[in-house]
Design a protein around this ligand. Structure first.
Ligand SMILES: [Fe+2]
Ligand SMILES: [Fe+2]
Length: 358
């Protein structure tokens, strides 16, 4: 069974302001890209669909949704111990990831304004949504006497350069996986209101529709660029990004098993559902999807988690760095081996099944 992430008192930058967690491969990333290349993209092949999504974004259906109503106006000291730490960790990770989206979309909007006003508008609307999401989560953190200094985060985080194609694949997937993560928690809490220890989960239904629309925009953008889906290279990249997003998701869910258990969710069932739904949804955008029904699929994802746990144990153990270096080799090889075996599972051709999926 899964082991939950060790939780300790949070490190503070100053009173009430939480120091960001140490950056690892699993913490939400801050991206930068070749803005000039995106500005020069020819989008006419799918302009009608792009126009329709931008229209939806412009409508701003959630402008009155992110209000901290009276349910928030109370003390939260009764949420304590491991549950409190696990929830703060969930809030921080979600806030960082929303804020990272805001920064990327804002910059894209600014840099595309002159050459590609339609895309610039879309990125501006999505930046508006992500700023609301990050702000709402940060206020929730403040209810637990902590918050993130977002301007500190802007200046001190490492920005990872991704070519525009990789940005489209990863952000599309993160929007769609974000949608499924929020909606599945929301549906569960609706069925089991006894687990709603904090009113944030009630907000997820409309909130996740924002993520769904963002994903739809990226899907329309991706389909406007045939080189991103109609050749063998694109199929190999799509397979790679689906796999890395699913491995990362599995590791983060299993590491934070305590949080899911606190809201009555079975981490393994939740992880499998999020991955299956995201994989099925991405058949609308990608030329191939992964075969999540392969008998070894989820087992190998969990093997990746077990090896990452071993890496964490080695990292946190006392000992000489040279010894640790050698100790890390078997789990690293284990992760590479299982990811390779997963990568080699025959994918499903999405182009031929597109008409039948959601
Ligand atoms: Fe968001
Ligand atoms: Fe989003």
């Amino acid at each position: 069974m899964v082991k939950s992430l060790e939780t300790s008192d949070p490190q503070l930058l100053k009173p009430g302001i939480k120091a960001p967690v140490q950056e690892t491969l699993l913490t939400p990333r801050f991206y930068t890209t070749d803005f000039e290349a995106v500005a020069n993209w020819e989008i006419s092949a799918n302009e009608t669909e792009l126009q329709a999504v931008v229209q939806e974004l412009r409508a701003d259906y959630n402008r009155h949704h992110f209000v901290r109503d009276e349910e928030f106006q109370q003390g939260w000291d009764h949420v304590d111990g491991e549950k409190r730490q696990a929830f703060i960790d969930f809030l921080e990770r979600s806030c960082t990831s929303e804020f990272s989206g805001f920064l990327l979309f804002k910059e894209l909007s600014r840099r595309l304004k002159a050459k590609n006003p339609l895309l610039a508008d879309a990125f501006n609307y999505m930046a508006r949504d992500e700023a609301r999401h990050a702000g709402f989560l940060n206020k929730s953190m403040a209810d637990f006497n902590l918050s993130l200094d977002l301007s500190y985060l802007t200046k001190h985080r490492t920005y990872t350069f991704f070519p525009p194609e990789w940005v489209i694949y990863t952000v599309y997937l993160s929007e769609k996986i974000g949608y499924w993560r929020y909606i599945l928690i929301h549906r569960h809490i609706q069925k089991h209101p006894e687990y709603q220890f904090y009113p944030l989960f009630r907000k997820f239904e409309s909130w996740c529709q924002d993520e769904n629309r963002h994903g739809d925009f990226f899907k329309a953008l991706l389909r406007s660029q045939p080189k991103l889906w109609n050749n063998w290279k694109a199929r190999l990249w799509v397979r790679f990004f689906l796999l890395t997003v699913f491995v990362t998701h599995t590791v983060t869910v299993f590491e934070r098993a305590m949080f899911y258990q606190a809201i009555g969710i079975h981490p393994r069932k939740y992880n499998n559902s999020v991955i299956q739904e995201t994989n099925n949804t991405s058949a609308r955008a990608f030329p191939i999807i992964l075969d999540t029904n392969h008998p070894a699929f989820f087992w190998r994802l969990e093997q990746c988690f077990i090896h990452t746990q071993r890496l964490t144990e080695i990292k946190e153990s006392r000992g000489f760095s040279l010894v640790k270096f050698w100790q890390k080799i078997p789990p690293i090889c284990g992760i590479i081996y299982h990811m390779l075996r997963l990568y080699l599972i025959k994918p499903i051709d999405a182009e031929s099944i597109r008409a039948t999926v959601r």
